[in-house]
Design a protein around this ligand. Structure first.
Ligand code: DNO
Length: 346
């Protein structure tokens, strides 16, 4: 595996040098943040990011994310032009040596939480999700870091209404149409597309969500068998669905998992959870069993410690502070080393 760390570009308060100081850190996962969704990412901007990473002796082989324009998800007539632009971005990324692109196909919203700073008894805080609270939220006034924040409340309202005619089946067809449109660019550049699961993996505010389970993985592989169509295996997103068996999924799809986001959840009831430190003992996901299943099945992709807590007085971007993610990387390094060596000896 290659250990990586998410870095929000030049606007990120965490210096690349600090990231490099985390043991075994091979590179960062980043993006061009100032090109509007749907436009081609200029090669110069991509190369600038790459140069900054190279200066810190970090690779930039994974992009998270190239966002997918809502017209593509909605299947609007404008989609062909937007898909061509996406393919052009992939070609530019290929020129910069990028190997993997993480994206999602969630309508309107990306990941959702109801509290960004849930306090734990040890004084740390982390993100949490409570379904009852969510039902009371106004979808037009939500913001989370990493989302496309360019919509006004009115635009959001119109967008949500536009999905009235898009059910799960239609959304899935639109995803397949999109993937078929960009696969030639992936074939040319060798870039692997890695779809991020819906987080949490169920419908939100009446909007359909389609990448939620092993069943979705099977459907997507069957619809687009091209090897460049793969997954970001996000343990926290899939793990929120109590119906998902993560070690089994890791084993079954290891050859299509190009990127793994590894984090821990502590369940509070059937749907609710608080994010915890990465360690298996800290929550309900068996991180050891997941890593073991990945390694055993020959997983050779990129890994990043996903969301960390705020600890040691840090007040970082929710989920994306330095300290706890660095601890997560250290823990995951140890797990991978132990599992790899044990399996080799067996
Ligand atoms: C949240 C992230 C997501 C992810 C996108 C991928 O912390 O994992 O925002 O980057 O869904 O497109």
């Amino acid at each position: 595996m290659k250990m990586t760390f998410r870095w929000y570009g030049e606007g990120d308060g965490i210096p690349l040098q600090y990231i490099k100081q985390i043991p075994n850190m091979s590179g960062v996962v980043t993006a061009v943040y100032d090109t509007p969704v749907g436009k081609v990412w200029p090669l110069e901007k991509i190369m600038r990011l790459k140069a900054l990473c190279a200066e810190a002796r970090l690779d930039m082989e994974v992009i998270e994310s190239v966002p997918v324009h809502e017209d593509i998800k909605l299947g609007k007539p404008t989609r062909d032009k937007l898909i061509a632009n996406y393919a052009a971005t992939i070609r530019n990324l290929g020129k910069a040596g990028v190997k993997c692109v993480c994206y999602n196909f969630m309508p309107v919203f990306d990941w959702l939480r109801t509290d960004l700073r849930t306090k734990a008894r040890d004084g740390s805080n982390s993100l949490s999700y409570c379904h009852e609270t969510l039902l009371k939220l106004d979808p037009k006034n939500l913001r989370l870091p990493g989302w496309d924040e360019s919509y006004s409340p009115n635009e959001l309202n119109a967008l949500i209404s536009a999905y009235a005619g898009v059910n799960h089946k239609k959304l899935f067809e639109n995803l397949v149409y999109f993937l078929n449109g960009i696969m030639p660019a992936c074939d040319e550049t060798g870039i692997n597309m890695a779809i991020h699961p819906d987080d949490p993996p169920w419908d939100m505010f009446g909007l359909p969500r389609i990448i939620t389970s092993a069943g979705s993985y099977d459907d997507l592989i069957a619809a687009v068998p091209n090897k460049h169509n793969g997954f970001t295996f996000c343990t926290g997103s899939l793990g929120a669905g109590r119906f998902n068996n993560l070690p089994e999924m890791a084993k079954k799809y290891a050859d299509r998992i190009y990127f793994a986001h590894i984090r821990q959840l502590k369940y509070n009831g059937d749907t609710d959870f608080t994010e915890a430190g990465h360690l298996t003992d800290a929550g309900n996901l068996d991180i050891y069993a997941i890593v073991r299943a990945l390694v055993k099945a020959g997983f050779d992709g990129y890994v990043r410690p996903d969301h960390g807590r705020n600890i040691w007085g840090e007040d970082g971007k929710p989920g994306y502070g330095l300290y706890d993610r660095a601890l997560g990387a250290a823990y995951l390094n140890g797990l991978f080393e132990a599992v790899e060596k044990t399996l080799k000896q067996a």
